[in-house]
Write a protein that binds this ligand. Structure first.
Ligand code: GLA
Length: 393
């Protein structure tokens, strides 16, 4: 299968951790189909850690926990497939998974065979409990070859959290995506931090192998398995989605799609944002502004009108297919301020005779044609995302 655009889907970990079951996965698949997620492109359903028994079977194979998965994995995969989804599972390159279940070190070929027999289409492959004497690269290569040897088309979703700069080599091993960062937590500092840490490494992300900055937390609002720190606001979740979409990162929903709060659901299904993420050219955005945010609102506590937040403004400009572009204005500071976009930075100098016609990606509002510059005042911990078209002006 040619992986042309970033994979999209759902993963059980962020909300459910070890509390997973056959019925949860079935209900999730139904909700994803009925609520329009599948039609929007979210077509992978992935079971993360904690699905097996604590010991392998007498035949050396991994055994699904019969209490959680009483019908076995093949039946569940068949069901997920019957609704039109692809089916994902989880293992780990170490001797145990992160949650302490048996993992695939020295069992790569037998486990790949088992996954293929169950009808797995996607394997998230973690890195916990990895022997210090072993070589990570070789073991990811081993699982990649083991999956190929099954003859089934199984996407290898490597997950070594950025160890040894996988953006330089994971693609060469045959992986379809690779986690480049530590685990996301459901707070603004965590998710903006992991996205910004990868800005310099996304150039190597594209068709056939995508840089994965972890599952989304949109709609979790401080509940679930990765809640820590301040519960995000709606605007903070827009920032999360904007970063993942502009960077072209895989979009794996981590919230509970059966009960997604309306704002979050509408955001995850926003066609203009998804078009940016799934743009067929898969270009990495250029930073056209990276600098300070100045807040000039009166602060009664200090009696000042001026506060400067260094390195808190970011404008990303992304070339997309045809005559279209996307611009993301980010304010990572806690207070409002102007985020700049001077068109010359993107190759449209004053006097070029051209301007940009903008549409707000969140609302669809048309913003007219602008020349030379188009700065935005953006609230603290918020962003604005615009679609643009190049026109004579
Ligand atoms: C690691 C991964 C997470 C998740 C857990 C499961 O921490 O990075 O995404 O899979 O393991 O235990």
């Amino acid at each position: 299968m040619l992986l042309n655009t970033p994979p999209m889907g759902w993963n059980s970990w962020n909300t459910f951790g070890g509390s997973i079951s056959d019925s949860l996965i079935r209900e999730t698949a139904q909700a994803m189909r009925d609520k329009g997620y599948l039609a929007a492109g979210y077509n992978y359903i992935v079971i993360d850690d904690c699905w097996s028994l604590r010991e392998r079977g007498a035949d050396g194979r991994l055994v699904p926990d019969p209490e959680k998965f009483p019908h076995g994995m093949k039946a569940l995969a068949d069901y997920v497939h019957s609704l039109g989804f692809k089916f994902g599972m989880y293992s780990c390159a170490g001797v145990q998974t992160c949650a302490g279940y048996p993992a695939s070190f020295d069992h790569e070929y037998i486990d790949a065979e088992t996954f293929a027999a169950w009808g797995v289409d996607y394997l998230k492959y973690d890195f916990c409990n990895f022997p210090a004497s072993a070589d990570g690269r070789t073991r990811y290569a081993t699982m990649s070859m083991a999956l190929k040897a099954t003859g089934r088309d199984i996407l290898l979703a490597a997950c070594n959290w950025g160890t040894d700069a996988p953006w330089d080599w994971m693609k060469s091993l045959g992986a379809g995506m690779y986690r480049s960062t530590g685990d996301i937590q459901d707070n603004f500092k965590s998710f903006t931090g992991i996205a910004r840490s990868q800005l310099a490494h996304f150039a190597c992300s594209g068709p056939s192998c995508f840089n994965d900055i972890d599952m989304l937390t949109i709609g979790m609002y401080g509940k679930g398995n990765v809640a820590l720190g301040d519960k995000p606001t709606d605007a903070e979740y827009v920032t999360q989605f904007a970063l993942w979409c502009l960077l072209g990162a895989p979009l794996m929903i981590g919230g509970d799609v059966r009960n997604m709060p309306p704002f979050a659901e509408k955001l995850l299904l926003n066609g203009r944002f998804l078009r940016i993420n799934q743009d067929p050219e898969c270009r990495v955005p250029q930073p056209v502004y990276q600098g300070r945010i100045i807040n000039n609102e009166y602060d009664p506590e200090t009696g000042t009108w001026w506060r400067e937040y260094p390195d808190s403004g970011l404008t990303l400009f992304k070339h997309m297919a045809g005559n279209t572009f996307a611009v993301g204005y980010f304010n990572f500071a806690p207070k409002a301020g102007e985020v700049q976009f001077i068109f010359a930075e993107a190759g449209l100098p004053w006097g070029s005779g051209y301007g940009l016609r903008f549409t707000d990606a969140l609302t669809g509002e048309e913003l007219g044609v602008h020349r030379d510059y188009f700065h935005q005042r953006v609230d603290g911990h918020a962003c604005r995302v615009l679609l643009a078209e190049l026109v004579r002006a």
